[in-house]
Each structure stands twice: as C-alpha cells, then as structure tokens.
Ligand binder design. Sequence first.
Ligand code: SDX
Length: 389
Amino acid sequence: GKGLFTYDPGFVSTAACESAITYIDGGKGVLLHGGYPIEQLAENSDYLEVCFLLLNGELPTPEQKQTFVNTVKNHTMVHEQMNHFFNGFRRDAHPMAIMVAVVGALSAFYHDSLDIDDAHHREVCAYRLIAKMPTIAAMCYKYSIGQPFQYPRNDLEYADNFLQMMFGNPCQDYVTNPILAKAMDKIFLLHADHEQNASTSTVRLAGSSGANPFACIASGIAALWGPAHGGANEAVLAMLEEIGDESNIEEFIKRAKDPEDSFRLMGFGHRVYRNFDPRAKVMKQTCDEVLAELGIENDPFLKIAKRLEEIALEDEYFVERKLYPNVDFYSGIILKAIGIPTNMFTVIFALSRTIGWISHWSEFHSSPNKIGRPRQLYTGPTKRDYPTK
Ligand code: SDX
C-alpha cells in the first residue's frame, strides 16, 4: 500500500478508500488513532485531546489543547429556536429519532460554514458538532422526561458538562462526581472512531455527493441506530435483563448457536476483529474500576456479563468463529452505573462517534475527490422484451 503498512493485493481491491486517521488489525486486535494504541490513549489522554488528534493527525501541544478546549466551549449552546424543534415529538419518542432529526436540521441554523471546499468552514463545522452534540443529546433526554433543558456551563469540562446537562436541574446546584465524569470521558474516547464501520462509511458516501456536513452526520446517526451496529449496547442490557440470572446463561448460549434462532449474543462478534476488540478490554477494566469505586461491584448485570463471557470464550462455536466481546459488551453496564437510561445508550455512541464521522468527512473533502458509486453483482433476469398484446 501507499502508507507505512503493506497489504496483500486481495485486501487492497476490497478497500473502500484511503485514510490516515485510524488503523485496525482485526487479526491481532490492534486499534491505532494517528499511530497511538487505543490502550495508551485510554490510559493517558482524554476525549477532547483525541478529538484534536483525529482531526489533525497529531497530539496537541498544551497550548493547542487549551485553545481547542476553549473553542469547543464557545460553541456548546444551540440556537435558542431549536428548542421549539423538540416540541413536535411525542415525549415517548426514541431519543435517536429526535437526534437524527435535530442534527439534520442544524444546517438550517448554521449556514455560515457550509462551504465544504473551505478548510476553515470544515474546521468550524467540526467544532460546532463536537460542542453541540452533548447539548443536543442531553436535550433529547430532558425532553423525554419532561424536565427543562439545562444550558451548558463553561466552568465544567466536557464530560462533566454533559452530565450536568443530563442530570442537573434548576432546583438544586449540580455536584460533580469525578468518578462518573472520568468514566463518561473514557466512554466517549473509546467510541471516538473506528475506521470504515457502517456509519462512518455512510458519512463518507453521503459527503461524496457534496451534501452539507450536518446532513452527512445525520446519515451516520441513522446508520448507527441499528442493533447490529451502535444499537448493540442498548441490546446488550436488554439481553442481560432477559437472561436475568446466571443459571439461564446456558439456554441463551444454545439459542445464539442455533442457526434456526435469530437470537445473537449482543456485544459479541465483529466484522473485522477476529481477536479481542482492544476497546472491550479497556471497557471491562473501566467497568470493574467504576463499579468498585461506586461500591456496586456486585452489580447483577456485571456478574452475568462476566460469566457469559467466560462460558462463550470456552465454547467451540464461538472459538472456531473467532467471536469475542466487542466495544458494546461492557459499555452499557458502565452507562447504567452512571445513571444513563438504556434508550440513551446509542445516543451516547453517536455523540462519541461524531468526531470520527466529521474527521473522515473532513479528510475526504481535504483532497480532490469523486462521488462514491459502489457497484454490484447483478443477479436479476437478462434482457427480455415486453410481451406484445
Ligand atoms: C459495532 O464495524 C465496526 O467497526 C463497528 C463498531 C464500531 O466501533 O463502529 O465496532 C461498533 O457495531 C460493534 C458490533 C456491535 N454489534 C453486536 O454486538 C451485535 C451482535 N453481533 C453480531 O450481530 C455480529 O457479530 C456482527 C453484526 C457484529 C458481525 O456479523 P457477521 O459479519 O455476520 O459476523 P461474522 O461474519 O463474524 O459471523 C460468522 C459466524 C456466523 O455464523 P455461521 O454463518 O458461520 O454459522 O458467527 C456467527 C454468524 O452467524 N455470529 C454470531 C454472532 N456474531 C456472529 N453468532 C452468535 N452471536 C453473535 N454475536
């Protein structure tokens, strides 16, 4: 290949595009952002620093980091008129339905940075999206529970500000819980980007037509929503709830292996990884740490999840198919411990992945490009004439 890695010719022919943002080796369970292993970023970095890295290809200097954080803080509010947009939804609307609509509508409010060929416009769009997604996500939640929207606050850091918008209210001062804020930031970081997954490829394809960045991100949110992709974290919690007790695990493992049964083990398997998803390892460790710090290490869902993983990893069906836990297997347990309701799990994934989407969108538009046009293997009838009367 052109870069520092070499690929076999068979792989090159299947590649959808070239990108310098993220590298995955599915066989070895390797994930690099700008060359930095996800394990090291999770240990030493934070979400906004990884946002800078994904957008610029380099880690920021301390000065660049501070400027980036301040710039994001200056874009966290949404146009006040967007509040009315929510009123068109029933209170019980799924927050993802609201998010895909509201984000798609952003181009109607922010039309002063839509010149996709202008690098500065692309940068401003990235800032706006990184900054506004937590605000919009929290608004989706507040609307669903009938509480007033909370404004963002510049005295709080990114993840803590999101939790304040989610759980703060006008009746009492918001009290930061550093454990939860750190766990939230880790969740954002671990979901930031993942090469050409279904939603990111959707954003690149939508971007290739010249559609505005907000519409492209909305297409990514729509693609992410499915249970085979970003909807899996919500599906994992539903699965653990359905299992209910460790004694029922064998029955669900049996169902997951039955070709006649559509049930699959949520949070297991991956299109690329044929080894542990490196994010899942960090997520499991974070899960242990957060629940222990919160004094809920005996959370029943965590015990079922760990036992399920143990059994599946020894079962030949999963071993021979190289099925391992993925990023979604433990994330839901952490989100639940933070107090996030399950119908907001995929919204959190979309919030986190926005930086990946906009970085790939921006990379696509930063060099000469053509509209994407995947081809097909036609399996329909050959040419035939219309029957004459
Ligand atoms: C994400 O692409 C990305 O990078 C996505 C993502 C990202 O960051 O953007 O990593 C995020 O989407 C993670 C995946 C979340 N989805 C789930 O956890 C849902 C459960 N997982 C599956 O639906 C499935 O594993 C997929 C969708 C992830 C992959 O599906 P594939 O491509 O069919 O998996 P495969 O080709 O590896 O399957 C091989 C075999 C098949 O059986 P056989 O036909 O060989 O008999 O394994 C079976 C599959 O049926 N299989 C499973 C299984 N996953 C695959 N059987 C039971 N349970 C599972 N979870």
